[in-house]
Design a protein around this ligand. Structure first.
Ligand SMILES: [Zn+2]
Length: 132
């Protein structure tokens, strides 16, 4: 490897030297990490330059199973307004849940003996009426 394989930095014109770097990139819906990638790194601004043959190798690597995987945390950024809306929605849902439970408890009440006998009497009278 000679030191002249990278031209000077196209941003700041400083010298670019080959180092081994870690590169993270999205391939479709997957986040892929490449370690130990030879890349030209600007000694002034840190811009990285990857040669075409290295890029081809990286593409080839994504078609093979990786030996190592990473589990990464995923955070949802939400602004205060969105958070307030979500809280209001959750509160409404909890209130509705409480109402549902209360209604269920009402329905679960059993009729008293008196109520049952009243119901039976009514049915008897109705049966009496239709029998006439
Ligand atoms: Zn630079």
């Amino acid at each position: 490897m000679n030191g002249r394989q990278y031209s000077s930095c196209s941003y700041c014109s400083s010298g670019v030297e080959e180092r081994h770097v870690r590169i993270e990139m999205w391939v479709g819906d997957s986040l892929v990490v490449f370690e130990n990638v030879p890349a030209g790194v600007c000694d002034h601004c840190g811009e990285e330059y990857i040669r075409a043959d290295v890029q081809e190798k990286m593409v080839g690597l994504t078609k093979t199973p990786s030996k190592k995987t990473l589990q990464v945390p995923v955070y949802q950024f939400s602004d205060p307004l969105t958070a307030a809306k979500a809280a209001a929605k959750a509160k409404k849902r909890d209130t509705q849940k409480a109402v549902d439970v209360a209604e269920r408890e009402d329905n679960a009440q059993y009729a008293s003996e008196e109520e049952i006998s009243e119901l039976l009497e009514m049915n008897f009278e109705e049966g009496d009426d239709t029998g006439l």
